[in-house]
Design a protein around this ligand. Structure first.
Ligand code: RB5
Length: 148
């Protein structure tokens, strides 16, 4: 299950991404927002992040104006590795090397077609493990209050 969330700035792109997920046959959970009225991205970023760390959703895609606010909020949740991404290379490598479990998109930054391409690559690319796992373990250690 893929959680999908946005603030008001990301609603239109969120709906496009939901259409893509439906076309790909990927189960998703739309956690809001639902309207175009101004709303606060930390609420939605946090909600999607909780769904991931609780195991209810495998990964999450979050969208705001730039993707930055959503990624900042999500990355405050222990266990979240959220990449804000506006290119296909970063989308791919963030999965291969960083095992990102959340993708943040900027609806005011990327066009719909590029966003869809980024989402497909991010969903389809597996984590490579190996030497990269050790580095992710170091990040977990930082989260636990240790020095790397
Ligand atoms: C809302 O205007 C905008 O600040 C928000 O969507 C996001 O881009 C913040 O990072």
């Amino acid at each position: 299950m893929i959680a999908v969330a946005s603030d008001h700035a990301g609603i239109t792109l969120k709906n496009e991404i939901i259409t893509l997920l439906e076309q790909l046959g990927k189960p998703y959970l739309d956690t809001g927002a639902t309207g175009m009225e101004s709303t606060d991205y930390p609420v939605w970023g946090y909600r999607a992040a909780r769904l991931v760390v609780s195991g209810e959703c495998e990964r999450a895609i979050v969208i705001c104006g730039t993707g930055v606010g959503m990624s900042l909020a999500a990355n405050k949740v222990k266990g979240i590795r959220c990449v804000v991404c506006s290119d296909c290379y970063t989308a791919k490598l963030s999965r291969m090397h960083n095992n990102t479990n959340m993708l943040a998109l900027g609806a005011r930054v990327v066009g719909v077609d590029l966003a869809k391409m980024i989402v497909q690559i991010w969903l389809d690319t597996p984590f490579e493990g190996g030497r990269h796992q050790k580095r992710l373990d170091m990040i977990s250690s930082i989260e636990a209050g240790n020095e790397p």
